[in-house]
Every structure is written in structure tokens, then in C-alpha cells.
Design a protein around this ligand. Structure first.
Ligand code: C2E
Ligand code: MG
Ligand code: MG
Length: 428
């Protein structure tokens, strides 16, 4: 459907819904990721074929109460009235259908897509408002690399949309006002039960909204190119914390921090890490940097150099969320690493899905053949614990043991001898 007809139709539907007790209308905004690069990689005409293929999927699978328009190169919007379906599962199903490889000439082209979801009347009450809200939610889906489900326009997204500029200043000023705080989640050795370290997970203690999780502020900082400032604060705070624990007799081996791709590629990153370690007098291996495969997407040669320079400094390097990225396994031979962290989406299905369980086993073997430690994240049950232990994982992390905790709660939660057992109460 032509976009102007779609817009008119949507406006009419909103009008009749208003007369009908504000019957729900859902708007989904889909975007095919990296479509502009596909012609370069797979030859001219590839993107057009992918757009046609995607339209075909929508035509085949949309229920009769849906209207659909293509918005140009990579975007599609769909409105649903008389919502009889669970819209979130429908969006998940559509994303899964789109994200199948498509045969184009001699290539199997893997498609990744993102989706944003907004609802009338909760999120907006005009067609333009609804479209804008779904666009905003889509931006968040893309920034947080969310491809399996539609990102729902939420309160935190709303804050970003309506106070974007104010919020950016707010986000930056938050470092000076000391509103960011690191929470800590333990990492446990699966053979000995010893708490070997922890991961620092940043929260924003917002003066009005209270404790906000990273997905409320990290994507905005990344989008605005401002993540490096927070990243530097996080590393310094984590190093200081480990030093303080050591001074009070809590002898954790290591502290891990997450590094975003943007921060990793920033000039002087290696020097900043080196300075932080020296400032607090840590041994380099006591700091672990958790990096994602996205670090290697932009400029592979530069990224490989940075990995080597960090290894020279002596910090530990691990690949976070391993298994869900889009780069090839080839890079594993080119970069010096210490650990792989199996993404928690695999662990979530390890006991219920034989294929997932086989993939996890293979990831552990792959890691071990490369002399890497393998960490399972997102372990929530004893059944999952036994699976990852059975596969030979070295370390686990997850709610079964503890959520990420504020510093003082974490220190109280830690077993005195650092030996964790299933009977130890979970940190909540
Ligand atoms: P991540 O590095 O993969 O961190 C693990 C996330 O999984 C954390 O969410 C943690 O609370 C959650 N988690 C741990 N165990 C379980 C479990 O058993 N079940 C479930 N369902 N979840 C579990 P959190 O704290 O919301 O962090 C989300 C992401 O935000 C992190 O993913 C990391 O990528 C990013 N992040 C956090 N702090 C920072 C930071 O300081 N800098 C950067 N660049 N990214 C950060
Ligand atoms: Mg992490
Ligand atoms: Mg992870």
C-alpha cells in the first residue's frame, strides 16, 4: 500500500476506534539491518530482492485486519486494528520469518531485522504520534541489538523521545553528579565453587526515576557517541572497588567490566585502561574486559591491533554474548583472548531444547580447544547449572547464585570463605 493511503487509512481507523471505546491499535515498524551494505557485498540488486522477499512474507502472513506499507529502502510499517492476536508474539513470528537466509545467485544471504512497537491509545493518540513512537522504539531495538522480538515503546523510551536533548545533558551530567553506580554479580568456578570474581554492571540512580537498568541509558549514550565518558568512569570505579575489597580482606581474583564497541575503538582506549590499572595498583590480569563481537565489525584490522595492545598491557579479555553475533569464527584465531561467555539466551533453553544444548556443548569444546575459559551466563536453575557443569564450563554467573547487587549488599552476600554452594541464599 502506498504510504499516503496507509496514513489516511490509519487516521480513519484511529477515529473509529476512538468512537469505539478506544479499541486498541498496534503499529509495528520493521527495518532490515545493513541493507545498504548488501549490494556492495553480494552484488547490485540484492537489496531490492530482499525488500521484495520481505514484502512477500508480510503479504502471506499478515492477518486480514492488518494494513501494510513499505516506507522506502529498508522500512515497513504495519497497523493492526481489532487486536485479536497477541501482537508481541505476532511480531516475533514475523521477525523469525524475515530472518531466514535468502538464496540470491550463488549466495545465501542472512537477513537481520529489528522492530519497534507502539500501541494506541497508551503510547500515542494520533497517527503521526504512533508512527513516531514506533520509530523511537525501533531505534532502541537497533541500538540494543535486539532482533528476536519487537521493542515496545516504554516509559524509558518515552523519556528519551520527549526529552531527548535535555536527557543527553542529564546523562552526561550524571557522571559529575555521581549518579552512576556499579552493581556487582558474582562469577563462580564450577569445579571448586569459589567465587572467583564479579562483573560490574552499571546502573543510573536517577533522581526521579530511581535505579535504571543499562538498556535505559547505554543505547542513548552509544547513539550520541557519548559512551566513552561513562566507560572510563566504570573502569576506574571497578578498579577502585576491587582495591577496596582487597584492603578489607575480600580477596576476589578479578573484576570484569563491559566495554562497548564505540569505547573500544576510541583513541587512547588502551592507554586509559593502563592508567586505570596503575592508578589503583592492580595486577593487569585482575581486570577483565568483556567485549562483544561488534568490536570487530567496523574496522577489523584496527580492532585486532587494539586486542593485541590490551594483551600487552596484560588485562584479561573475554568475548561477551558469544554465539549471537554476526561476525565469523575466523576472528578467533586472530585475537588474543582468555574467555568466551556463552550468551544467556542459549543457557535459557539448555534444558529444553536438544539443539541448543548441542550448540552449547560445541561452544564449550571450541573454547577449550582454543585454550580459553568458558563462562556460562544467565544460569537460573539447578538443572541449568548441572547442564553447564556437565559440559565442562569453567565458570558460571546467574540469578541462581545472585543478581547484580549494590556494593555493600554484595559484600554481605559473599560467603566468608568465598565458597558458594547451592544452599547459599541467592542474592536478590
Ligand atoms: P551483559 O554484559 O551480557 O550482562 C549480563 C546481563 O544479564 C546483566 O543485565 C545481568 O543482570 C543479566 N543476568 C545475569 N544473570 C542472569 C540470569 O540468570 N537471568 C537473566 N534473565 N539475566 C541475567 P544488565 O545488568 O541489565 O546488563 C545488560 C547489558 O548492559 C550487559 O549485558 C552489558 O552489555 C550492558 N552493560 C552493563 N553495564 C555496562 C557498562 O558499564 N558499560 C557498557 N558498555 N555496557 C554495560
Ligand atoms: Mg557482560
Ligand atoms: Mg552477556
Amino acid at each position: 500500500m502506498d504510504y499516503s493511503i496507509f496514513h489516511q487509512d490509519l487516521t480513519q481507523r484511529l477515529e473509529s476506534s476512538r468512537l469505539n471505546n478506544n479499541e486498541h491499535i498496534a503499529l509495528l515498524m520493521f527495518c532490515i539491518d545493513h541493507i545498504s551494505e548488501m549490494n556492495d557485498t553480494f552484488g547490485p540488486g540484492t537489496s531490492e530482492q530482499i525488500v521484495l522477499h520481505t514484502e512477500e512474507i508480510f503479504r502471506k502472513h499478515l492477518p486480514s485486519n492488518a494494513i501494510f506499507a513499505s516506507l522506502g529502502d529498508d522500512r515497513f510499517t504495519i497497523a493492526f486494528t481489532n487486536l485479536t492476536h497477541d501482537i508481541e508474539s505476532l511480531a516475533t513470528k514475523l521477525l523469525a520469518l524475515i530472518q531466514h537466509p535468502v538464496r540470491i545467485g550463488p549466495h545465501d544471504v542472512f537477513i537481520s531485522a529489528s522492530a519497534g512497537l507502539a500501541l494506541f491509545p497508551e503510547d500515542a493518540n494520533t497517527s503521526d504520534g504512533l508512527i513516531q513512537a514506533s520509530e523511537t522504539a525501533l531505534r532502541w531495538a537497533k541500538a540494543s541489538n535486539q532482533h528476536a522480538a519487537a521493542h515496545r515503546y516504554t516509559r524509558t523510551v518515552q523519556i528519551e523521545a520527549s526529552h531527548n536533548y535535555r536527557r543527553i545533558n542529564e546523562l552526561l551530567g550524571a557522571i559529575d553528579r555521581q549518579e552512576y553506580v556499579n552493581f556487582y554479580q558474582p562469577k563462580v568456578d564450577l569445579k571448586t565453587g569459589r567465587v572467583v570474581g564479579c562483573e560490574a554492571l552499571t546502573r543510573w540512580n536517577h533522581p526521579i526515576h530511581g535505579i535504571l537498568e543499562p538498556d535505559a541509558f547505554i543505547p542513548v549514550l552509544e547513539e550520541e557517541g557519548l559512551i566513552t565518558a561513562l566507560g572510563e568512569w566504570t573502569i576506574h570505579d571497578a578498579c577502585l572497588q576491587l582495591k577496596r575489597w582487597h584492603a578489607s580482606g575480600i580477596m576476589l581474583d578479578q573484576i570484569a567490566v563491559n566495554i562497548s564497541a564505540q569505547q573500544f575503538c576510541s583513541p587512547n582506549f588502551v592507554q586509559m585502561v593502563d592508567t586505570a590499572i596503575r592508578t589503583y595498583g592492580l595486577q593487569p590480569h585482575q581486570l577483565e574486559l568483556e567485549l562483544t563481537e561488534s568490536c570487530l565489525l567496523e574496522n577489523v584490522e584496527h580492532a585486532i591491533q587494539v586486542f593485541h595492545a590490551l594483551k600487552e598491557v596484560g588485562v584479561h579479555l573475554s568475548i561477551d554474548d558469544f554465539g549471537i553475533g554476526y561476525s565469523s569464527l575466523r576472528y578467533l584465531k586472530d585475537i588474543p583472548l582468555d574467555a568466551l561467555k556463552i550468551d544467556r539466551s542459549f543457557v535459557a533453553e539448555i534444558t529444553t531444547n536438544a539443539q541448543v544444548s548441542a550448540i552449547c556443548q560445541s561452544m564449550v569444546q571450541l573454547g577449550h580447544h582454543l585454550n580459553l575459559n568458558v563462562i556460562a551466563e544467565g544460569v537460573e536453575s539447578t538443572a541449568q547449572l548441572e547442564h553447564v557443569r556437565g559440559y565442562g564450563c569453567d565458570v558460571f554467573q546467574g540469578f541462581l547464585c545472585s543478581r547484580a547487587l549494590p556494593e555493600n549488599v554484595f559484600a554481605q552476600w559473599l560467603p566468608k570463605d568465598l565458597l558458594w554452594t547451592v544452599n547459599h541464599p541467592a542474592g536478590v
